[in-house]
Design a protein around this ligand. Structure first.
Ligand SMILES: NC(=O)c1ccc[n+]([C@@H]2O[C@H](COP(=O)([O-])OP(=O)(O)OC[C@H]3O[C@@H](n4cnc5c(N)ncnc54)[C@H](O)[C@@H]3O)[C@@H](O)[C@H]2O)c1
Length: 370
């Protein structure tokens, strides 16, 4: 196959879909890989490294497969038979229709199933790992306080108190990173299984409600009822008031993020308090969050960053690249599963095939008109 790497164009996007090592492995498997000049520059990969890996460094359009970080649009994929990357299929179903109208085929990294077989292809997890790490670095530099305890001739500094809400992939990485920096960390998640994971990282679990049925078969959380929401806010209020830093990561796939921090709770925090809200793109876990902005509310800063994985672009790209090559090998390798209706990974990740939208949930997001 002729595989073309997308030159990322969205603001603040510094990642690249394939790093030179991945290009070398695809070339070794018999593929041709084309990389636009400078496509890897912001993530630290030069054109000469891509050439040494066997890639062709040139601007070109026609290809069998376009790979990008994305979200990719039908315009990005002009001249490509297929496109693979983050696609935001449920957030931008109209774009999936545009791909279909152009007769294309689309694979969405968001839809890689959470199975053992597909673990190496799970880009949501790899990029959430980066986001969790970066959230702590952001909070540590924005906070007016040290994270670790320091005993110096100039006095003893008490460690910062960091609260992490949502203990999935990003939250657990945030807990681990904040612990490494020496903070006193506590965590909370609606799924009962999260308690042990939080505690195994040396953090304490905040005593809020946990709901057995909240975990779906894919490991994700489901939305909780109104009574549980109220109980959560009550249980979290004291923990938020005592924290120097709150990092929130709670998400429910396909839905608006749950509100876990009210304005009143922000007002209970100390001056110089920092909230980093990783759910900003889906509405935020804090009532005051504005996506992509920093809101100063009475001396407490609420950050709603949208570009956290892009802030460690070399390693984020390396991990993403591994996810993408594993998926390409699975779909189009020797025993290519692409068109096998029994193959779960192919069936789940393919959103548009030869001009037809193949996923019911995308059709529903379009309003059932297709
Ligand atoms: N291959 C696999 O089996 C696989 C791969 C990746 C992740 N997982 C598992 O899936 C789970 C979630 O992954 P994720 O991080 O992508 O999820 P996510 O980004 O959708 O959500 C982040 C966290 O928010 C929590 N949350 C949602 N609503 C909440 C609420 N009202 N209050 C408190 N917390 C709330 C969720 O339980 C989750 O842990 C984890 O257990 C993870 O280990 C499994």
């Amino acid at each position: 196959m002729k595989i073309r790497v997308h030159r990322e164009i969205l603001p603040d996007e510094r990642r690249v879909a394939l790093v030179p090592k991945a290009v070398a492995s695809l070339v070794a498997s018999g593929h041709e890989v084309v990389v636009p000049p400078g496509a890897g520059a912001e993530s630290g990969f030069s054109d000469s490294e891509y050439r040494e890996a066997g890639g062709a460094v040139e601007d070109s359009t026609g290809c069998d497969l376009l790979v990008g970080v994305g979200p990719l649009t039908a315009t990005d994929a002009a001249g490509a038979e297929r496109a693979l990357g983050f696609m935001d299929p449920l957030g931008s179903p109209g774009e999936m229709q545009a791909f279909a109208d152009a007769g294309g085929t689309v694979y969405a990294m968001e839809f890689v199933p959470r199975t053992t077989q597909a673990q190496s292809m799970d880009a949501l997890s790899s990029q959430a790992t980066v986001a969790g790490y970066e959230a702590v670095l952001l909070a540590a530099s924005a906070s007016p306080r040290f994270f670790p305890m320091l005993m110096t001739a100039a006095g003893t500094i008490r460690p910062a108190k960091v609260l992490v809400l949502g203990a999935g992939v990003a939250g657990l990485q945030a807990i681990a990173t904040a612990r490494r920096l020496g903070a006193v960390v506590s965590g909370y998640d609606i799924r009962p299984a999260a308690r042990e994971q939080v505690e195994s990282l040396g953090a304490s679990f905040v005593g809020g409600p946990v709901v057995d049925e909240s975990e779906t078969s894919g490991g994700y959380a489901a939305e909780v009822d109104e009574a549980t929401k109220a109980a959560q806010l009550e249980a979290l209020a004291a923990a938020v008031a005592q924290s120097d830093v709150v990092i929130t990561t709670a998400q429910v796939p396909g839905r608006k993020a749950p509100i876990l921090i009210t304005t009143e709770m922000v007002e209970s925090m100390k001056l110089g308090g920092v909230v980093v809200d990783l759910a900003a793109s889906t509405g935020g876990n804090c009532e005051l969050t504005k996506a992509g902005e920093i809101v100063d509310h009475g001396g407490v800063d609420i950050h709603g960053p949208l570009d956290l994985p892009s802030r460690t672009p070399a390693h984020a790209s390396e991990m993403y690249s591994r996810n993408v090559t594993s998926l390409i090998e699975h779909l189009f390798g020797e025993n290519g599963a692409d068109e096998d209706p029994d193959d779960e990974i192919a069936r789940e990740t393919c959103v548009v095939r030869s001009g037809q939208i193949t996923q019911e949930r995308v059709r529903q997001a379009l309003g059932g008109t297709n």
